[in-house]
Design a binder for this molecule. Sequence first.
Ligand code: PGA
Length: 255
Amino acid sequence: MNKILIVANWKCNPPTLRQARQLFGSVKKGLSNSKNKKVEVVICPPFPFILNIKSEILNLKLGAQNCFWEKRGAFTGEVSPQMLKDLGCQYVILGHSERRRYFGETDEQINKKVKAALSANLKPILCMGENQEQRSQGKTKELLEEQLISALKLDLKLKTKILNLAVAYEPLWAIGTGRACPPKEVQSVNLLLRKILSRKFGAEKAEKIRILYGGSVNSKNAVPYIKEAGSQGLLIGGASLKAKEFLAVIRKLNR
Ligand code: PGA
């Protein structure tokens, strides 16, 4: 049985290394002092902090928020999956809506990143979701299908690594707005994504790929996504920047 995957997406926070160390230290301490049997926690800090935070405890892993698709070369400003792996990252968030929106990442580029991450034995957390307009027009499912299928165009060799993948459903209108998506809606998206994954990789494998929910998750609303909507994890932005709040989510999921 896979553990529940709780991913902290720190985004472009906190502003200093001292604060990053403090935040990570508090999470690490909180986790070492508690019984954390059911949850695998991944912290995704900004690139410059990755090397400075180390986890020696089980169930607390490191991830990055993005990566490039080439291994190395003349690509100013980019960071390769191999570099992240070398620094001890196990996971990488890919296709986050903020990357798509502010940096123009396309489905095609996200597909290249997913392939590069899988090849480097990093575990991609592939994000997707609809915006408010697409939602009002009833286009959510069509869009998710498109995003999922294009990101997962893989050759046979990479298909064998598909269990390293996690998919995160993050409706854009729910991110950072305090308007979390109702668990009932997340449940129906989970069923759809699982169906598409089954069609692509077979039911047995699809069952083992974790599907996460993200968008204004906090300690008060987290549990129903796991217990009712059938998500196998959560991607947490704002609430992951407060150690107490983040630890409260994990504590509730361990009950
Ligand atoms: P939020 O962000 O929890 O602040 O809504 C989630 C995300 O963007 O991953």
